[in-house]
Design a protein around this ligand. Sequence first.
Ligand SMILES: CC(C)(COP(=O)(O)OP(=O)(O)OC[C@H]1O[C@@H](n2cnc3c(N)ncnc32)[C@H](O)[C@@H]1OP(=O)(O)O)[C@@H](O)C(=O)NCCC(=O)NCCSC(=O)C[C@@](O)(CC(=O)O)C(=O)O
Ligand SMILES: [Mg+2]
Length: 279
Amino acid sequence: AMLSTSFVYKPDSIMFDLEDAVSIKEKDSARLLVAQTLLLPVYKEHGIETVVRINALNTPFGLKDLEAVVRAGVDVVRLPMTNSAEDIHELEAHVARIEKECGREVGSTKLMAAIESAQGVVNAVSIAQSSPRLIGIALAAFDYLVDMQTERGDGTELFYARCAVLHAARVAGIDAFDVVYSNVNDDEGFLKEVSLIKKLGYNGKSLINPRQIELLHNAYAPTAAEVENAQKVVEAAEEGERKGLGVISLNGKMIDAPIIARARKVIELAKYSGVRKEI
Ligand SMILES: CC(C)(COP(=O)(O)OP(=O)(O)OC[C@H]1O[C@@H](n2cnc3c(N)ncnc32)[C@H](O)[C@@H]1OP(=O)(O)O)[C@@H](O)C(=O)NCCC(=O)NCCSC(=O)C[C@@](O)(CC(=O)O)C(=O)O
Ligand SMILES: [Mg+2]
């Protein structure tokens, strides 16, 4: 039921999991079910991106998963446990072959790399730059923290990895996605974490429960005051340009190129997400 109804929660993207949420004895049936679900027209109709987290290619399931989901037209394949650029090169060689075999446009299947180990974090830049198919990289905290011999706490334990993954994504010009927040009943803790990752510059977060979707969307939506200020900045910049002024000020604050660029970004974000609701 979770598979076929998930579009009603209006996510930007739906991720079907064939890896750790599926027990070994259910791997084959889950793969079949996900492949059938991908064929439903509902995702395209609602403009929702489909993602499948396949099993790693060094397991007995990874390649079977990939064969099934690329043929079924998935938008994005998420590779778990990505440790190096070679992992992505291996994946993309298979994807290109499968696309040719099934008549899909070569290059149309996009990729996302989940970084879940110290090695992955250290190699984040080369992973992020490893393929033009990559739309983003994601940090996966639970496996990463096991590798680091620690556990989830106040965020200090993730600080280096969050910064490293984010910088790698920016160097490569792709998106960065933060970790899942596992206590789905703790809205306050979730929003605190969202506020931190938004401030760092993350594009979003992997979610595990529909109740987290609206909370995340709302937290990322700019406030009415931010949109109003951004519009004033853009207007002042345009006026400055008309008058041929080098330096412009708005209410005593200097407005230069990065401030104008940020203001345009806020206006663009508001077009997609609307304005933040006070809750
Ligand atoms: C957390 C919980 C058990 C809570 O259950 P609860 O029962 O309290 O949920 P309720 O809120 O009561 O459900 C209300 C209604 O929503 C429906 N509903 C719930 N969840 C839904 C959903 N996900 N999709 C669609 N629908 C959903 C539900 O069916 C019900 O529908 P209905 O009956 O019609 O009212 C449940 O959400 C859940 O199983 N989540 C998915 C967990 C998952 O994906 N794990 C794998 C990825 S992490 C990982 O692997 C670690 C990682 O690898 C990460 C990385 O790679 O990033 C690393 O290393 O860090
Ligand atoms: Mg994991």
